[in-house]
Design a protein around this ligand. Sequence first.
Ligand SMILES: [Zn+2]
Length: 473
Amino acid sequence: MRSGRNVTINPVGPANAVQAPQIKQVLSLRTGKVLEARRFIARHRHEDLVRTRSHVLEAIYAGKPRLVCAVCQVPVYLVASPIKAFFFRHRTEDGSCPAVTRSFETEEDIRARQYAGVQESDAHRRLKRLLLRSMQADPAFTELAEEQTWRRADGIAGLRRPDVSAAFGDLRLAFEAQLSTTFLSVVVGRRAFYRSQGGLLVWVLASFDPDNRRMTEDDIVFPNNSNILVIDDETTAASEANGRFMAKCWHRRPDGVGPAATWACELVGFDQLTLDLEGQRAFLVDVEGLEAARRAQLEADRRAAVEAVHARLRDEFLAYWTQPFDPAMTYIEHGEIWSGFDARFAALGLTLPEYYHGDQQLDRRIKVILTAKTGQPVGWGYKRLPEVAHHLHDKHPELLLLFGHLLRLYGNDQALKAQDKTGGWGRKAVRLRQEISQGSIRYVTDASWSDLLIFLFPETTALLKPERKERVA
Ligand SMILES: [Zn+2]
């Protein structure tokens, strides 16, 4: 029965929260964090919140609640108001919490619901008949039964009596027609039961209008990968004509780029559906999977674009920094180039010295890194690595240990040894190692310029991060 329009929320738009919820904060038992109820709700897309509310209730039934009231610690679940605004409700309420979330239904509410139930029973019987006829036409379906008590895997009769049950190859299927009186607690309870029995519960509707969805429909569509099956006269005729169980599958289009969702409906064979026992889903199009892949791709593209910008800046800066002295260039020209670089680094939160080669500490560090990286002395006018090592030892001992680590990092530590023909550096290095093992901090580098250096040479992050310093010491 459809009386009036149902409030239809754009599934890919933000979920609505009620304005002034009784439960204002909930505690996540997984993270230990207190969450603002309204913010928790609004940061989900409507479709995702519908899935989440299913999971939250399922966790309560499984005895492992995920969210509790921040005030009284009683498990809470998500409830939708008639206009599909969400709020949290206590699982049980004994008056000890100031937040009151359970109210008794008025008689009028109950009567309205019972009336809807009576109205629906004809439509329900009709839908079951169409389902049976559709599967009777298809030899792939056996053991067809209507309202038969489900035998559990261990042979014990279960409590569930699906509208229609069938075997499809090795798989046992339970079909349920969704009624407006089928509430989330029922949906969730059944899903857990059939999963535990290795069977698959498939919800079917007599009709579906994506722009006029009841909350009870949202509760089966979105957890079913935003797909839903419709069985009507047309599909039943198609099943009988083809000897194959056909259904209309409505699904949200996963490629919807705009702010509003778009939907598609296709007449398909049941054998074309992906059947997911663990998730208790039967779907044609993997909306969640395709969207997750698309998000991952966008994120990878975004990272690659950022990395390309960084790499260009890095290369241009180091090329400029290492270029030979050009007597034709004036200070003003250098100044212009430098301020161009300064602006680009500043945009990344990085600081440069005031002018070109304007900080000796930075220059020396870059020389040490480039020397270790290339295996050739850079910027000192030396020919061999041991000369650089001796120089650092005598003039800049605070860079010596870093130089050693860098040589290992870049795989040039053997080059230093090989070039040390007289063994002079090797003998000095033995003494140095002793000094260091006795706790000398003379050779330890401070964190000067490390942010900039890590940007220019990302591979040195572990060596140059300030936390790392203490361990080197
Ligand atoms: Zn409470």
